[in-house]
Design a protein around this ligand. Structure first.
Ligand code: OFO
Length: 172
């Protein structure tokens, strides 16, 4: 059974994951209306992944005899300055999320909630990958440039990404 504190932190985390997903959905839309179809697909996949992360916690809370709460989700920005802006904001979101996961892990350890601690290790690893993904794309933007063929190539490459969700083929 979860303590009240852990249950509440996990429900907050459900909200954070959905909010990150909503930001990525908004970024996907901005990219699509600005003609960056590969980038739009990348962020749509990223949004699906955050939804998956949220639901994994949601089910975990109920499985541990808690009560998962469907959160209210803040409206993200809908306008962005550039492709770089999308990935810089994405990296910030991932860094914020890493901090929140770390707070949760600390709380689980303090309460000697070994099951939650172990459950969260998947998220600890995932955050390392997610931050690295965004940093790598920002590095590529620096190398390839933000216009012309370089940007076109990067957009094409971004379109290849598929969310890491069991059973996801990436097709709609
Ligand atoms: Fe849920 O990993 Fe990104 O934020």
């Amino acid at each position: 059974m979860l303590s009240e504190k852990i249950e509440s932190l996990l429900n907050d985390q459900v909200q954070h994951e959905f909010e990150a997903g909503n930001w990525y959905l908004s970024m996907s839309s901005w990219a699509e209306v600005n003609g960056f179809h590969g980038t739009a697909s990348f962020f749509l996949e990223q949004s699906k992944e955050e939804h998956f992360h949220a639901m994994k916690i949601f089910h975990y809370v109920n499985d541990r005899d808690g009560h998962a709460i469907a959160p209210s989700i803040a409206k993200p920005d809908s306008e962005f300055d550039s492709i770089r802006h999308l990935f810089e904001r994405g990296l910030e979101l991932e860094q914020e999320n890493t901090r929140k996961i770390n707070v949760l892990v600390e709380a689980a350890k303090e309460e000697k909630d070994h099951a939650t601690d172990q459950f969260l290790q998947w998220y600890v690893d995932e955050q390392v990958e997610e931050e690295d993904l965004f940093r790598t794309i920002l590095d590529k933007l620096n190398i390839l440039g933000e216009k012309g063929p370089g940007l076109y190539m990067l957009d094409q490459e971004l379109g290849q990404r598929r969310a890491e969700i069991p059973g996801n083929s990436g097709t709609e």
